[in-house]
Design a protein around this ligand. Structure first.
Ligand code: 7RM
Length: 654
C-alpha cells in the first residue's frame, strides 16, 4: 500500500477542514445540497437527466440494462461523440470560442476555435476513410501532445472507428503488442515529439514495431519536428498528414453510433504481465465525462481549463478531450515537461493563458515543493479559481502546499479518485457543496455508490481498512477487456460477486469520507503512472542473465512509489553495477522509461512459500525497512536475513 498505517493515523487525526468558498457555493453548477440525496434515490434518473443534456440523433429506449457483469446504458439511443464535442457548439457564438489552446514545448503555440476543430476533424475523418478505415475498426494513435492527437481521436469517433491511444513514452515492443491486440490496420504518429529539449523518435519506433505487425496497411505521419533524418517514409504505406488532408472536404457527416458502440480502447496495466485493453463505449462514457467535468470543475463559459495529463492516459482522454469539449470549454494542452526550459514552465503557462482551473498529479506537486516556492512566486497565478489532483493519494503536506502556494488559499482542491476502468471521476468533492479534508478524496460523486468492505464483502466500520468497491454500475464504467471477457469477469466481478472490485484499499472516517490507501494488488503507481509489477518481472526475466525476478513498489517521497526489483542471476553471471544498469535499460526497451526499476537488488534466492510462491509482502517490508510481518510460511528463513543484509549494503552504496 502506498501509505502505511502510521501515516494514515496521522491523516485521520489531521482535522483541518475546508468548507466551500462562499462565492463558489452560491454560483456553483452543483449548488443544491439535495443533489446527493436525489441521485441516491434514483441513480438512473440522475444519469438519464444528464445524458439528456447531450445531443442524441435518436433517444434511448431503456436507461440501463444489467446482465451482470455486462452493463448497457441508454440502450437504443444513437449519438456521436465528435458531434457532441464540436458540432453542437457551432450553433451559437461558441463556434468562435477557443476550443484548444496548445503550447508546444519549444514555445510555439496554436489556438483552434470550435469551428477550426470541426474543420480539422472533418478533414482528417476523410483522410482516414480514404485509407479504408470503417465504422468498428480500431486505429492506433502513437503521438506527442499536439492538437493532431485530439483531432485524430475525434476524427475516429466521427466516422465510428475506435481509437487506441498508446502513450508516446511506451517502447517499440509495448507499441507492437498494443497494435496487435487491437488488430489495427492504421497507425497515426508524428516524426517526433519534444521532451526536455530532446526529440522522441516516434515514427522510427513505429517502423520498428510494424516489422511484426503485417496487418498494418497505412501509417499517417504528422510533421512535428521536421528533421530530414526522421523523414524516412515507406512507399505505399506511409502518408504525411498534411498531404492527406490537403484537399479533403471541410465537412464530414458524423456517423450515428449506438450508445453501446465502442468509442475507444485504452491499455492499462493489471496483475498479469499482459496489459488489458479497457473498453469504453459511446453514450455512457460521454455522459460520465460530461457530467463530472461540469460539476467537479464547475466549468463556466469563460473558464480556461488545464489538465496536465498526457492524452496517452485515461486522465487525458476524459479531462483534456471528451469531458471539457463536450461542455464547450476552452482547454489548454501542453506538449512538454514542467521543468523545460525552466522550473516555472507550468506557472508561466497559467500566467500566459490566464488559466482558471488547474488539474495535476500529487507527484508533480511534490516535485514543485522540492523545487521551492520561488518558482510559482515569480508568476501571476491570480486567474486560478479551482484546483484538482489525481493519480495517487495526496499527502496532507502536499495538499496544504498546493492550497497555500498555488491556490493562495482561495481555490478549493478537488482530490479526485478514479481509474482507467471507471472512465470518469468517482470519489471527489464538489466545489460548492463538500467540505474538503487534506488527503481525502471525500465522498462518491452523485449517483455513485462506493463502499469499503472486508474479505467477505461486508462493510467495515469507520476507521477500519478494507477493499474499495463500487456497488452499482455507472454509465462510464468499462464494458469489457478487449477480446478477453473471461479476464474482465475474473478481474473485476469475481472477488465480490455482482460488485465492482477496484483493486484499491481504503478506509472511511466517522463522517463517511473515503481515504484511499493505494493498490492492494500487483499494480503500482510510479509518479502517477500505472505499472504492473508482473510486466516489469517478465521484462527482467527476458534478459539472458536473469534467472528470476520479483518486483515491488516501495514508498518514495516524490514519486509516491518507486520500483524495486529483486533479481537472481543464472549460474556463472556476475553481479555488477554495469549489469544492473543493463537490466534497467532492458526494462526501458521492453516497456518504456517509466518502468525502469529504481533499485536492482541482486540476491542468491528469493523468499518463497513452501508451495513456491514469491512472498512479495516480505520484500516490501525489506525495501521499506519495516518490521517484518509473519515469516512462518517461509520455506527457508535464512533467505530473509541474507536479503536484509544485501539490501542495507546496497542502500548505503546507492
Ligand atoms: C485516473 C487514474 C488508477 C489508480 C487507482 C488508485 C490510484 C487515482 C487517486 C488514486 C488515491 C486519488 N487512472 N488513484 N486517483 N489514489 N487518490 N485521488 O489514475 O487507471 O491510471 O490508475 O490510481 O490506486 O486504482 S489509472
Amino acid at each position: 500500500m502506498a501509505l502505511d498505517e502510521k501515516t494514515l493515523d496521522a491523516l485521520l487525526a489531521e482535522n483541518r477542514t475546508f468548507p466551500p468558498p462562499a462565492d463558489l457555493a452560491a454560483s456553483a453548477n452543483a449548488r443544491d445540497p439535495e443533489l446527493y440525496a436525489r441521485a441516491a434515490a434514483d441513480p438512473e434518473g440522475f444519469w438519464a437527466a444528464h445524458a439528456a443534456e447531450l445531443d442524441w440523433f435518436r433517444p434511448w429506449d431503456t436507461v440501463f440494462q444489467w446482465a451482470p457483469p455486462f452493463a448497457q446504458w441508454f440502450v437504443g439511443g444513437k449519438l456521436n461523440a465528435s458531434y457532441n464535442c464540436i458540432d453542437r457548439h457551432l450553433r451559437t457564438w461558441r463556434r468562435n470560442k477557443a476550443a484548444l489552446i496548445w503550447e508546444g514545448e519549444p514555445g510555439d503555440h496554436r489556438v483552434l476555435t470550435y469551428q477550426d476543430l470541426h474543420r480539422e476533424v472533418c478533414r482528417f475523418a476523410h483522410a482516414l476513410r480514404r485509407l479504408g478505415v470503417k465504422k468498428g475498426d480500431r486505429v492506433t494513435l502513437y503521438m506527442p501532445m499536439i492538437p493532431e492527437l485530439a483531432i485524430a481521436m475525434l476524427a475516429c469517433a466521427r466516422l465510428g472507428a475506435a481509437h487506441s491511444v498508446v502513450f508516446g513514452g511506451f517502447s517499440v515492443e509495448a507499441l507492437r503488442d498494443r497494435i496487435l491486440d487491437a488488430e489495427s490496420h492504421v497507425v497515426v504518429t508524428a516524426d517526433g515529439g519534444y521532451r526536455r529539449g530532446g526529440i522522441v523518435p516516434l515514427k522510427r519506433n513505429v517502423d520498428e514495431a510494424l516489422k511484426e505487425c503485417p496487418q498494418v496497411k497505412s501509417v499517417v505521419v504528422v510533421r512535428r519536428v521536421g528533421h530530414e533524418s526522421l523523414d524516412v517514409m515507406v512507399d505505399g504505406r506511409d502518408h504525411w498528414w498534411e498531404e492527406l488532408v490537403h484537399e479533403a472536404p471541410l465537412t464530414f457527416e458524423p456517423e450515428p453510433m449506438d450508445s453501446e458502440d465502442l468509442l475507444f480502447i485504452l491499455y492499462t496495466s493489471g496483475t498479469t504481465g499482459k496489459p488489458k485493453g479497457i473498453v469504453h463505449t459511446t453514450g455512457g462514457y460521454l455522459t460520465g465525462t460530461y457530467t463530472t467535468t461540469k460539476y467537479i470543475f464547475d466549468l463556466k463559459e469563460d473558464d480556461v481549463f488545464w489538465c496536465t495529463a498526457d492524452i496517452g492516459w485515461i486522465t487525458g482522454h476524459s479531462y483534456v478531450v471528451y469531458g471539457p469539449l463536450a461542455n464547450g470549454a476552452t482547454v489548454v494542452m501542453y506538449e512538454g515537461a514542467p521543468d523545460f526550459p525552466a522550473r516555472d514552465r507550468f506557472w508561466e503557462i497559467i500566467e500566459k493563458y490566464r488559466v482558471t482551473i488547474f488539474y495535476t498529479a500529487p507527484t508533480a506537486i511534490r516535485t514543485f515543493m522540492r523545487w521551492g516556492t520561488e518558482w510559482p512566486a515569480k508568476r501571476d497565478l491570480s486567474s486560478l479559481r479551482l484546483l484538482g489532483t489525481v493519480g495517487e493519494p495526496i499527502n496532507p503536506e502536499a495538499w496544504m502546499w498546493y492550497y497555500h502556494f498555488i491556490g493562495k488559499e482561495r481555490c478549493p482542491i478537488m482530490d479526485t479518485w478514479w481509474q482507467t476502468e471507471t472512465g470518469a471521476i468517482m470519489i471527489t468533492p464538489l466545489p460548492g457543496l463538500v467540505t474538503t479534508k487534506p488527503g481525502s478524496a471525500t465522498i462518491p460523486f452523485p449517483g455513485i455508490e462506493a463502499d469499503v468492505v472486508d474479505n467477505d464483502g461486508n462493510p467495515v466500520p469507520p476507521g477500519k481498512g478494507g477493499y474499495l468497491v463500487i456497488k452499482r454500475p455507472w454509465p462510464s464504467m468499462l464494458r469489457n477487456i478487449y477480446g478477453d471477457p473471461e479476464r474482465f469477469k475474473a478481474q473485476y466481478w469475481s472477488r465480490f460477486p455482482g460488485v465492482y472490485f477496484t483493486g484499491d484499499g481504503a478506509r472511511r472516517d466517522e463522517d463517511g469520507y473515503f481515504w484511499v490507501l493505494g493498490r492492494i494488488d500487483d499494480v503500482i503507481k510510479v509518479s502517477g503512472h500505472r505499472i504492473g509489477t508482473m510486466e516489469v518481472e517478465s521484462a527482467l526475466v527476458d534478459h539472458p542473465l536473469v534467472a528470476e525476478a520479483a518486483v515491488i513498489g516501495r514508498h518514495h517521497e516524490i514519486k509516491g512509489q518507486a520500483i524495486t526489483a529483486f533479481v537472481t542471476l543464472k549460474e556463472g553471471a556476475q553481479r555488477s553495477e554495469i549489469l544492473a544498469q543493463q537490466l534497467r535499460d532492458h526494462v526501458a526497451a521492453k516497456i518504456g522509461p517509466i518502468a525502469k526499476p529504481d533499485d536492482i537488488i541482486f540476491t542468491a534466492e528469493l523468499p518463497k512459500t513452501r508451495s513456491g510462491k514469491i512472498m512479495r509482502r516480505l520484500l516490501r517490508d525489506i525495501a521499506e525497512s519495516r518490521q517484518l510481518g509473519d515469516t512462518s510460511t517461509l520455506a527457508d528463513a535464512s533467505v530473509i536475513e541474507s536479503l536484509k543484509k544485501v539490501y542495507s549494503t546496497e542502500e548505503e552504496a546507492g
